[in-house]
Ligand binder design. Structure first.
Ligand SMILES: Cc1ncc(COP(=O)(O)O)c(C=O)c1O
Length: 375
């Protein structure tokens, strides 16, 4: 049975061109980029070329890019590193209730260590309360962290408006852009931006943190002086070059964006027409075209997920880590949905290889499951 993969928000398959680059770099540039000899210096050239590619994609300078082990580490560095470097200016951080655990958990850690964290409410569509942000901002606020695209609903958060509110403050703006990069135009106004390669058809275990020049961010790991003292450890050059290749290939795939959005819209339309009471979570606002988070009144999300899996369709309930730990989605909960609504919702996420046939087949399977249960 051919798998229908509708879980691109959890991770994407490795682009074969990226794999080719990684194999070449592994074989040809195994020397340590910190070594003084020629082989080491050749590795260093590869490293800096990769940094340039990522920087260009963000309209940034190469020395503003720090390679990390992925989105989780980038978020940890952005939040804990900024808090520690700026604690002489204040101890208050603002974020939203719908961030990924890779933002929320570092915030909880900081709360246990003398910082004050405010979590913005969101409305029924998952949009943060900007009036609340205005009220909460104070001279003590050193960091505001608002994600660019929510990983469960695909809702695009209003970063430009958040930035405008911060204009007359000294607070830094961080955005977890792990789900946004390669999908939407990222506002250029942020001070810190987290990226991850495995959401853009690159390798797992590699990512980057953009740190605007002049922003004070402490390291969170201690050791060597790699990554301009921001992140010690011998660089994972094949993964870094694979990440850069995935970034440079993004432009070839922009043509897919309209097609994917069209398939997503068709999927939602058909499911809504077929099954009474279905609701699309976050549909009342702008969403990236790859995501569909759907409430199915007829079956618990976990059961539907298992049933779809038995028929070869891979989807998620909430974020990958939440579905692993079977925790109800804090995102949908914060959007004000009932426990039943939260439990009966599933995330479908589409990608480059999703075909019309995949979508039609998935609709057929959901419809069949619905009819079987109705009997
Ligand atoms: C919004 C968001 N932030 C952070 C992460 C963590 O990224 P990584 O898996 O590269 O650590 C994810 C991964 O699912 C995510 O969706």
């Amino acid at each position: 049975m051919k798998m229908i993969y509708l879980d691109y928000a959890a991770t994407t398959p490795l682009d074969s061109a990226v794999a080719t680059v990684m194999h070449r770099v592994e074989a040809q540039f195994f020397a340590n980029p910190s070594s003084i000899h020629s082989a080491g210096q050749q590795s260093k050239v590869q490293l800096e070329q990769a940094r340039q590619i990522v920087a260009t994609a963000l309209n940034a300078k190469p020395d503003e890019i720090v390679f990390t082990s992925g989105g989780t580490e980038s978020n940890n560095m952005a939040i804990i590193g900024t808090a520690l470097a700026n604690r002489h200016l204040g101890n208050h951080i603002i974020t939203t209730k719908i961030e990924h655990p890779a933002v929320l958990e570092p915030c909880h850690y900081l709360e246990q260590n003398g910082f004050r964290v405010s979590y913005l409410d969101v409305d029924r569509n998952g949009m943060p309360d900007l009036n609340q942000l205005k009220t909460l901002l104070c001279p003590d606020t050193i960091l505001v962290s608002v994600m660019a695209v929510n990983n469960e609903t695909g809702v695009i958060l209003p970063l430009d408006q958040v930035q405008s509110l911060l204009k007359d403050t000294s607070a830094l703006l961080h955005s977890d852009a792990v789900q946004a990069f390669g999908k939407i135009q990222i506002p250029g106004s942020v001070d810190l931006l987290s990226l991850s390669a495995h959401k853009i058809y690159g390798p797992k275990g590699i990512g980057a943190l953009y740190i605007r020049k002049g922003s004070r961010v402490n390291p969170i790991l201690y050791g060597g002086s790699q990554e301009v003292h921001h992140r010690p450890g011998t660089e994972n050059l094949p993964a870094i070059c694979g990440f850069a290749e995935a970034v440079s290939r993004l432009q070839h795939f922009t043509v897919h964006a309209d097609r994917i959005r069209g398939l997503r819209d068709m999927f939602e339309q058909r499911v809504t027409d077929l099954i009474p009471g279905v609701e699309i979570n976050g549909a009342g606002t702008s969403r990236a075209g790859e995501y569909s988070n759907i409430y199915f009144p007829f079956m618990a999300g976990d059961s539907l997920l298992m049933n779809l899996d038995m028929h070869g369709v891979a989807v998620s309930s909430g974020s990958a880590c939440s579905s692993g730990s079977r925790k109800p989605s804090h995102v949908l909960d914060s959007m004000g949905f009932s426990g039943e609504h939260v439990n009966n919702s599933l995330r479908f996420s589409l990608g480059r290889s999703t075909s019309e046939e995949d979508i039609l087949k998935t609709v057929d399977i959901i419809s069949m499951l619905y009819k079987r249960l109705k009997k």
